[in-house]
Design a protein around this ligand. Sequence first.
Ligand code: HEC
Length: 155
Amino acid sequence: MISTRTLTAAALAIAIALPAVAHIEKTEPLQSLRQSYFALLGMTFGPMADMVKGDIEWDGATFERWASDLSGVTPYQVERGFAPGSEEGRTRAKPDIWLNIDDFNAKLADLRREAASLAEVAKAGDRAAIQAQFVATGKTCKACHDEYKAKDYLY
Ligand code: HEC
Protein backbone atom coordinates (compact mmCIF):
# COMPACT_ATOMS: atom_id res chain seq x y z
CA MET A 1 0.00 0.00 0.00
CA ILE A 2 1.23 3.50 -0.79
CA SER A 3 1.57 5.55 2.36
CA THR A 4 0.38 9.12 2.76
CA ARG A 5 3.98 10.08 3.31
CA THR A 6 4.99 8.64 -0.08
CA LEU A 7 2.13 10.49 -1.75
CA THR A 8 3.06 13.75 -0.06
CA ALA A 9 6.65 13.30 -1.18
CA ALA A 10 5.48 12.68 -4.75
CA ALA A 11 3.24 15.76 -4.69
CA LEU A 12 6.11 17.84 -3.38
CA ALA A 13 8.42 16.54 -6.06
CA ILE A 14 5.88 17.68 -8.67
CA ALA A 15 5.48 21.08 -7.01
CA ILE A 16 9.25 21.53 -6.91
CA ALA A 17 9.62 20.41 -10.52
CA LEU A 18 7.03 22.88 -11.81
CA PRO A 19 9.10 26.07 -11.91
CA ALA A 20 11.48 24.24 -14.25
CA VAL A 21 8.71 24.04 -16.87
CA ALA A 22 9.76 26.61 -19.45
CA HIS A 23 6.26 27.90 -20.06
CA ILE A 24 5.42 28.76 -16.50
CA GLU A 25 6.76 32.14 -15.39
CA LYS A 26 5.32 33.51 -12.16
CA THR A 27 5.81 37.09 -13.29
CA GLU A 28 4.10 36.42 -16.65
CA PRO A 29 1.16 34.12 -15.91
CA LEU A 30 -0.96 35.17 -18.90
CA GLN A 31 1.88 34.77 -21.39
CA SER A 32 2.66 31.41 -19.76
CA LEU A 33 -0.95 30.32 -20.02
CA ARG A 34 -1.29 31.07 -23.73
CA GLN A 35 2.11 29.62 -24.61
CA SER A 36 1.29 26.43 -22.73
CA TYR A 37 -1.97 26.16 -24.68
CA PHE A 38 -0.23 26.60 -28.01
CA ALA A 39 2.63 24.30 -27.03
CA LEU A 40 0.04 21.60 -26.34
CA LEU A 41 -1.57 22.24 -29.72
CA GLY A 42 1.81 22.04 -31.44
CA MET A 43 2.81 18.83 -29.68
CA THR A 44 -0.49 17.24 -30.67
CA PHE A 45 -0.61 18.57 -34.20
CA GLY A 46 3.05 17.83 -35.00
CA PRO A 47 2.85 14.03 -34.73
CA MET A 48 -0.40 14.10 -36.74
CA ALA A 49 1.46 15.96 -39.48
CA ASP A 50 4.22 13.33 -39.38
CA MET A 51 1.60 10.65 -39.89
CA VAL A 52 -0.13 12.49 -42.72
CA LYS A 53 3.23 13.05 -44.44
CA GLY A 54 4.17 9.39 -44.01
CA ASP A 55 7.16 10.10 -41.76
CA ILE A 56 5.57 7.71 -39.30
CA GLU A 57 3.37 4.79 -40.25
CA TRP A 58 -0.34 5.48 -40.65
CA ASP A 59 -2.41 4.21 -37.76
CA GLY A 60 -6.04 5.33 -37.90
CA ALA A 61 -6.77 4.55 -34.24
CA THR A 62 -3.82 6.62 -33.03
CA PHE A 63 -4.68 9.46 -35.36
CA GLU A 64 -8.26 9.41 -34.09
CA ARG A 65 -6.97 9.65 -30.51
CA TRP A 66 -4.74 12.62 -31.35
CA ALA A 67 -7.56 14.35 -33.23
CA SER A 68 -9.77 13.84 -30.19
CA ASP A 69 -7.05 15.31 -27.94
CA LEU A 70 -6.71 18.33 -30.23
CA SER A 71 -10.44 19.00 -30.28
CA GLY A 72 -10.44 18.53 -26.51
CA VAL A 73 -7.82 21.23 -26.01
CA THR A 74 -8.95 23.89 -28.49
CA PRO A 75 -12.12 24.97 -26.59
CA TYR A 76 -10.03 25.94 -23.57
CA GLN A 77 -10.53 29.67 -22.98
CA VAL A 78 -7.09 30.81 -24.10
CA GLU A 79 -8.62 34.29 -24.58
CA ARG A 80 -7.81 34.79 -20.91
CA GLY A 81 -4.14 34.63 -21.85
CA PHE A 82 -4.53 37.66 -24.10
CA ALA A 83 -6.08 39.99 -21.54
CA PRO A 84 -5.04 43.64 -21.76
CA GLY A 85 -1.69 44.18 -20.08
CA SER A 86 -0.20 40.92 -21.37
CA GLU A 87 1.17 42.45 -24.58
CA GLU A 88 4.74 42.50 -23.41
CA GLY A 89 7.03 40.03 -21.66
CA ARG A 90 8.61 37.00 -23.23
CA THR A 91 6.25 36.56 -26.13
CA ARG A 92 5.91 36.02 -29.85
CA ALA A 93 2.39 37.48 -29.84
CA LYS A 94 2.34 40.52 -32.12
CA PRO A 95 0.87 43.78 -30.77
CA ASP A 96 -1.58 43.72 -33.72
CA ILE A 97 -3.61 41.13 -31.79
CA TRP A 98 -4.81 43.75 -29.33
CA LEU A 99 -5.65 46.16 -32.17
CA ASN A 100 -7.69 43.51 -34.03
CA ILE A 101 -9.03 41.41 -31.20
CA ASP A 102 -12.29 40.57 -33.02
CA ASP A 103 -10.39 39.22 -36.02
CA PHE A 104 -8.04 37.34 -33.73
CA ASN A 105 -10.98 35.76 -31.89
CA ALA A 106 -12.61 34.87 -35.21
CA LYS A 107 -9.43 33.01 -36.20
CA LEU A 108 -9.56 31.18 -32.88
CA ALA A 109 -13.17 30.21 -33.67
CA ASP A 110 -12.02 28.89 -37.08
CA LEU A 111 -9.44 26.71 -35.35
CA ARG A 112 -11.99 25.32 -32.89
CA ARG A 113 -14.52 24.58 -35.64
CA GLU A 114 -12.05 22.80 -37.91
CA ALA A 115 -10.45 20.86 -35.06
CA ALA A 116 -13.89 19.64 -33.95
CA SER A 117 -14.63 18.60 -37.50
CA LEU A 118 -11.27 16.79 -37.74
CA ALA A 119 -12.16 14.72 -34.68
CA GLU A 120 -15.47 13.76 -36.30
CA VAL A 121 -13.90 12.89 -39.64
CA ALA A 122 -11.15 10.88 -37.89
CA LYS A 123 -13.85 8.80 -36.19
CA ALA A 124 -15.41 7.98 -39.56
CA GLY A 125 -12.06 6.57 -40.69
CA ASP A 126 -11.84 7.60 -44.37
CA ARG A 127 -8.14 8.37 -44.76
CA ALA A 128 -8.47 10.74 -47.74
CA ALA A 129 -11.17 12.73 -45.95
CA ILE A 130 -9.07 12.79 -42.77
CA GLN A 131 -6.07 14.14 -44.62
CA ALA A 132 -8.15 16.84 -46.34
CA GLN A 133 -9.62 17.92 -43.01
CA PHE A 134 -6.17 17.86 -41.44
CA VAL A 135 -4.97 20.33 -44.07
CA ALA A 136 -8.06 22.51 -43.47
CA THR A 137 -7.24 22.55 -39.76
CA GLY A 138 -3.59 23.39 -40.40
CA LYS A 139 -4.68 26.34 -42.51
CA THR A 140 -6.36 27.87 -39.46
CA CYS A 141 -3.06 27.69 -37.55
CA LYS A 142 -1.21 29.30 -40.43
CA ALA A 143 -3.84 31.99 -41.01
CA CYS A 144 -3.40 33.22 -37.47
CA HIS A 145 0.38 32.81 -37.28
CA ASP A 146 0.87 34.72 -40.55
CA GLU A 147 -0.89 37.72 -39.04
CA TYR A 148 -0.28 37.51 -35.33
CA LYS A 149 2.71 35.39 -34.41
CA ALA A 150 6.30 36.54 -34.73
CA LYS A 151 9.04 34.03 -35.53
CA ASP A 152 11.19 35.21 -32.64
CA TYR A 153 10.47 36.59 -29.21
CA LEU A 154 9.57 40.27 -29.46
CA TYR A 155 10.72 41.50 -26.07
C1 HEC B 1 -6.00 32.71 -33.25
C2 HEC B 1 -4.58 32.64 -33.46
C3 HEC B 1 -3.82 31.35 -33.44
C4 HEC B 1 -4.22 30.12 -33.91
C5 HEC B 1 -5.54 29.74 -34.58
C6 HEC B 1 -3.12 29.23 -33.67
N1 HEC B 1 -2.08 29.90 -33.08
FE1 HEC B 1 -0.31 29.11 -32.52
N2 HEC B 1 0.22 30.87 -31.66
C7 HEC B 1 -0.49 32.04 -31.74
C8 HEC B 1 0.21 33.10 -31.04
C9 HEC B 1 -0.23 34.54 -30.89
C10 HEC B 1 1.38 32.52 -30.51
C11 HEC B 1 2.46 33.21 -29.67
C12 HEC B 1 2.09 33.21 -28.18
C13 HEC B 1 3.12 33.92 -27.33
O1 HEC B 1 4.34 33.79 -27.61
O2 HEC B 1 2.74 34.57 -26.36
C14 HEC B 1 1.35 31.11 -30.92
C15 HEC B 1 2.32 30.19 -30.60
C16 HEC B 1 2.35 28.89 -31.04
C17 HEC B 1 3.39 27.94 -30.70
C18 HEC B 1 4.59 28.22 -29.82
C19 HEC B 1 4.18 27.96 -28.37
C20 HEC B 1 5.33 28.15 -27.41
O3 HEC B 1 6.02 27.16 -27.16
O4 HEC B 1 5.53 29.28 -26.93
C21 HEC B 1 3.06 26.76 -31.32
C22 HEC B 1 3.83 25.45 -31.26
C23 HEC B 1 1.80 26.97 -32.01
N3 HEC B 1 1.39 28.27 -31.81
C24 HEC B 1 1.14 26.00 -32.73
C25 HEC B 1 -0.14 26.17 -33.26
C26 HEC B 1 -0.87 25.12 -33.95
C27 HEC B 1 -0.35 23.72 -34.24
C28 HEC B 1 -2.07 25.65 -34.29
C29 HEC B 1 -3.21 24.98 -35.01
C30 HEC B 1 -3.60 23.65 -34.65
C31 HEC B 1 -2.09 27.02 -33.83
N4 HEC B 1 -0.90 27.29 -33.20
C32 HEC B 1 -3.15 27.87 -34.00
C33 HEC B 1 -1.69 32.21 -32.38
C34 HEC B 1 -2.46 31.20 -32.94
